[in-house]
Every structure is written in structure tokens, then in C-alpha cells.
Design a protein around this ligand. Structure first.
Ligand code: SF4
Ligand code: SF4
Length: 97
């Protein structure tokens, strides 16, 4: 990976194990900052509870601090540090399936 390449984070949540406790979404500092905005859009959040489980909504806002992992009682969140170009390639492949 070239030294100048931007790094991003791929958050994966094992929804089979997630109990929907909301710890991760409420502890996420990026979510907290977004919720202070006057015209807060819930779909801007990094992670949120949908249909009773935590899901990743806006991964590009994640700063990779790992707080969500720490507060998760089910240990079902993983965060990978990856080059942005690889992330975009992977997302593109997913949408083409
Ligand atoms: S790693 Fe940090 S910014 Fe990213 S979803 Fe978890 S708590 Fe939020
Ligand atoms: S903290 Fe873990 S168990 Fe709780 S909602 Fe988030 S991912 Fe699910």
C-alpha cells in the first residue's frame, strides 16, 4: 500500500449474535456529534439499530476508535483498517452481485 493512500475502516456486525442493546450506537462519539446538529439526519449515523439489531449505515464517517467494540456485550463487532481504494472496490463488487 502506498504511504499516501487513505485508510478507512470496515465495520462488521455479526447480526446473529447482536442482542440489539444499543450500547454501540449510543457510545459512538461520531453518532453523538451528528445528533447535536440542528438538522440531524438519522441516516448520517455510522451505526444504528434497525429491525432490532445494529447495522452499519454510514461507514465513511467512522473514525475507527473502537469504542463500539469495547462496549458490545456480545463481542460481535469487528473493525478492519483497510486502504480506501480496496474498500470502494469491495463495495462495488457487493453492489454488482
Ligand atoms: S469505531 Fe468509533 S466511530 Fe466507528 S462506529 Fe465504532 S464507536 Fe463509532
Ligand atoms: S453493542 Fe453489540 S449487542 Fe449491543 S446493539 Fe451493538 S452490536 Fe448489538
Amino acid at each position: 500500500m502506498p504511504a499516501y493512500e487513505r485508510i478507512t475502516y470496515r465495520i462488521t456486525i455479526d447480526t446473529e449474535r447482536c442482542n440489539g442493546c444499543n450500547n454501540c450506537t449510543t457510545a459512538c462519539p461520531v453518532n453523538a456529534e451528528l445528533m447535536k446538529k440542528k438538522n440531524f439526519d438519522p441516516d448520517e449515523r455510522v451505526i444504528a439499530i434497525k429491525n432490532g439489531v445494529a447495522v452499519v449505515i454510514n461507514p465513511f464517517r467512522c473514525d475507527g476508535d473502537g469504542i463500539c467494540m469495547i462496549v458490545c456485550p456480545e463481542d460481535c463487532i469487528t473493525i478492519e483498517f483497510i486502504p480506501l481504494s480496496e474498500y470502494q472496490d469491495a463495495e462495488q463488487e457487493k453492489t454488482e452481485v
